[in-house]
Design a protein around this ligand. Sequence first.
Ligand code: SOE
Length: 386
Amino acid sequence: MKTIRIGMVGYKFMGKAHSNAWGRLGMFFDSGAKIELKALCGRDSEWVRKAADTFGFESVETDWKALVRRPDIDLVDITAPSNVHKQIAIAAAENGKHVFCEKPLALTAGDARDILAAATKSGVKHQVGFNYRFTPAILLAKQLIDGGKLGTIHHFRAKYLQDWILDPAFPLVWRLDKSVAGSGSHGDLGAHLIDLAHFLVGGMKRVIGMNKTFVAERPEVGIMQGLTAQSSTKAVLKPVTVDDATLFLAEFDNGALGSFEATRFAAGHKNDMSFEINGSKGSVRFEFERMNELQYHDATDDPRIGGFRTIQATEGCHPYMKAWWPAGHVIGYEQTFVHEFHEFIQAIAQNTATSPDFSDGVRCCQVLDAVDQSIAEARWIAVADI
Ligand code: SOE
């Protein structure tokens, strides 16, 4: 069996989620290739060494330029902040490495297009980290839509609510710095909703949005771990340069209407990604904090017994579930990463198309940019013009 040797950049929250998934993959799925965790890359030699030992990587690099040139690496996995995606992804592709990149693919749609062009030119496989697509209950929703169970789609209504920066004393972490993250809740959370909308409903014709930064200045960051952080001892206040919340409306190419809300100021909501889709024959609704369930309403039911039913998407007949546990033995957040890597490795092993690939990353960035432009100009923006 072929071996695919992984070189990963970044070892924080996403780095840990990815390492865990790479480690689990062969235990639960036959993807057609064996995984070797070859090298982990980060700027701080002591911390990257510790992370490599914990995650099971053989070696470390402190410069991504050295990592992407290594002949003993087949696939570069980018979990570093968004502002470095472009340079690393392009260099990795030019060195003939397959590339997996976290979302959003780039800071702008133009940069995302450059990444796609480099990957296409070099002929490597590429995939972007829209992990929620790989939730079994969401894939079930996709099967129902594609099978015509919802009929003509009228509405896509989506929310991604978090509250980890509600406290104005929470420090200015990189996710609140435009030059590093590109945008705030919009690119971080909204990107997932946009991708799910593309996946489940289709392309968007035009958008109009509004956004807000509720806390204009925050203390300088000291230590950050996952989504928690401490201020530096100096605690100088610095400007927040991204949105805390972005809301927008969209018209889809197929005539459906969409509403999107992404915020880090929804007190009480931790990782509350949810959507509802209404069609001429029925509806589905999904909440990530109950990710093993899909709610389905069949509008053709006898009205006396109609209404939303709760499907436990944990049967062997549900996507990916045969590989895990007996029915009702629920899965979690980390499995979505295992599933996305299974698809990526399978596509490499069998030389088939990947999905979502960098063109999906570009499509998402086009909508992100169109919404930002609509906010700046206070008018509807055609997505195709971006
Ligand atoms: C932080 O808001 C974050 O970790 C995002 O970056 C992820 O993409 C999302 O899945 C969970 O929240």
